[in-house]
Design a protein around this ligand. Structure first.
Ligand code: ADP
Ligand code: MG
Length: 256
């Protein structure tokens, strides 16, 4: 049975897409069968997985409006070693269209049920909003991975997300839980980051992943080559951290 995780944080630029594609690549590298779903109309996770969003015939949009199955719409990224259910600008329209449809927030969940046996992990890259698209991700998932930078306002921004997750848990998806907070773009030389990191551990205890992702330019360069850092430069510090994170996730799901 596939374990399904949303990578979510309603703030933009916090490392959601980088975390999704690198975790996907890390998991693939250690032998896991992975489907990466891009739920952001910007399509960055699609492009960053070596799939040209402009060339796609079918995307997650077609799956959400139920004109295609996951198996029909997914493509395999040879370079990255995982399947991609891609997105492009067309997905922006789904927001409005879904509102008028039945079971509007459960569309992705229903579609994924048919693909359950094909994967060990499904990772969903969410857009930077608590929208109908994110809601579809949260309804389909067993858990949420929250990438965050250890900055002054980090905790403040978390409240909205935690409340949304609580509401979805109470009303729509009893399985949903926060799996963990992932500290990303971490720079240990910055005292404030160390302080916030300690605060996070004090506050959220074992809901903070052990793995810390450092700020590493190789991770930022990789998308322009159409692959995650883990594929672009496996020896880079950031890539090594994501491979370690993949191993931590494999351990985590054993206790879920
Ligand atoms: P989001 O999906 O939350 O908007 P991204 O993953 O696109 O965030 O990251 C925002 C920017 O930060 C991108 O330019 C990305 O390359 C860069 N970035 C993300 N993680 C790291 C990291 N660990 N080290 C260096 N740059 C990073
Ligand atoms: Mg993104």
């Amino acid at each position: 049975m596939a374990k399904i995780f949303c990578v979510a944080n309603q703030k933009g630029g916090v490392g959601k897409t980088t975390s999704t594609v690198n975790l996907a690549a890390g998991l693939a590298k250690i032998g896991q069968r992975v489907l990466m779903i891009d739920l952001d109309p910007q399509g960055n996770a699609t492009m960053g997985s070596g799939v040209d969003k402009r060339q796609l015939e079918l995307t997650v949009y077609d799956v959400l409006i139920e004109s295609a199955s996951v198996a029909e719409a997914k493509v395999h990224s040879e370079a990255c070693g995982y399947d991609v259910l891609g997105a492009n600008r067309e997905l922006a329209g789904a927001e409005v269209e879904l509102v008028q449809l039945e079971r509007r927030e459960k569309r992705l969940k229903t579609a994924l049920a048919a693909a359950d046996a094909d994967y060990d992990f499904v990772l969903i890259d969410c857009p930077p909003s608590l929208s109908m698209l994110t809601l579809n991700g949260l309804c389909a998932a067993h858990g949420v991975i929250v990438p965050m930078q250890c900055e002054y306002f980090a905790l403040e921004g978390l409240t909205d997300l935690v409340n949304t997750i609580k509401q979805v848990h109470a009303n729509l998806n009893k399985d949903l839980q926060i799996i963990g907070l992932l500290r990303v773009m971490f720079d240990p030389r910055i005292t404030l980051q160390q302080q916030v990191s300690e605060q996070l551990k004090g506050h959220f205890a074992d809901k903070v992943f052990n793995t810390v992702i450092p700020r590493n330019v190789r991770l930022a360069e990789a998308p322009s080559y159409g692959v995650p850092g883990v594929v672009f430069d496996p020896q880079a510090k950031g890539s090594q951290a994501f491979i370690e994170f993949a191993e931590e996730m494999v351990q985590r799901i054993k206790t879920m």
